[in-house]
Design a protein. Sequence first.
Length: 279
Amino acid sequence: MALESTIISHGLPRPTNIEVATQVEAIVRENGATPATIAVIDGAIHVGLNESALQRIATDTNISKASIRDLPIVIAKKMSAATTVAATSHIAHSAGIAIFATGGLGGVHRGAQETWDESADLHSLANIPVMVVSAGAKSILDVAATLERLETLSVPIVGFQTNKFPGFYLSDSGFELEYRADSPEEIAKIWSARHQARITHSGMVVANPVVRQMDPVLHAQTLADGLAAAEREHIKGKAVTPFLLEYFHSHTNGESLRVNIEIIKSNAALAAQIAVAAQ
Ligand code: PSU
Ligand code: MN
C-alpha cells in the first residue's frame, strides 16, 4: 500500500517527521502489508523509500510539494519533491497499488467562491482508481463544499465505524455520512463491488475518525486565528495548507501534532488491514 510524502516534508515539524514516517512504515508491516512511501528524488520517481531517501525527504529544505501537474517539471529538472494525495495516487496506480493512507484529504478551501482554491485531491479521487484512507477532509477547509464536490465527482465515501464525516483534528465534522462499514473486510468487499458496478476509473474515500480528538474550543480558536494570519500574510495557492498546519502545530502546545500523528498511524494501520483483506 502507498503512503504519501507531503505529510513528511510539509505537514509535520522536524525532527518529529522522520520519526513518524519510520513508525508509520513499521505499523503497516505489523499489520501484514508492505509500505511504499512515494516521492520524487533527484528527478526519479520512487515507489518505496529506503532509509536515506526517507531521511532526505524529511530533512532537505529543498523539497518541493508536487501535485500531479508538477511531476513532469520536477522530473525534467531533476528536482526532489514530496507528493500530495493527488500525485501519490497517480504514481501508486501506475505502479499497481490500489490502497493508500494519508492524514486528511485536501478539498475546497474556505473562500473558494473568490479564490477558486480547490485541491487537486478531489480530481484525483474522481479519476484514479485508488482507495484513500483518511481522517476526513482537513478541518481548515470548507467541509460542506468539499462533500458536495465529492458527490458531484461521484466519489463514494464510507465511514469506518461511524456515520459522521470525521473532521481531521475532530472526530466529527458535524456532517452525516450515508454509509458506514464496520470492518476492513467490509471495505474490501465494497472496493471489489466497484467492478460489478463497472466503476473502475475512480477512487473511494474511507473516512476513519481520530479516537482522541483535539479540544473543539481550542480547535475553533486556532483555526480562526490561523485563517486570519494567512490572510494578513497573503498566503496563497499551494502554500495555504502547509501554512495552516504549521500554524496549528505552533499554537496548540503540541495538541495538533499529537492528533495529526495519531491520525496518520491509525489510517496506515487501517489501510494495511484493508489491503490484507482485499487480497
Ligand atoms: N494530511 C496531513 N498532512 C498533510 C497533507 C494531508 O495530515 O500535509 C497534505 C496532502 O499531501 C494533501 C495536501 O494532498 O496536504 C493538500 O494540499 P492542497 O490543499 O494544497 O491541495
Ligand atoms: Mn490549492
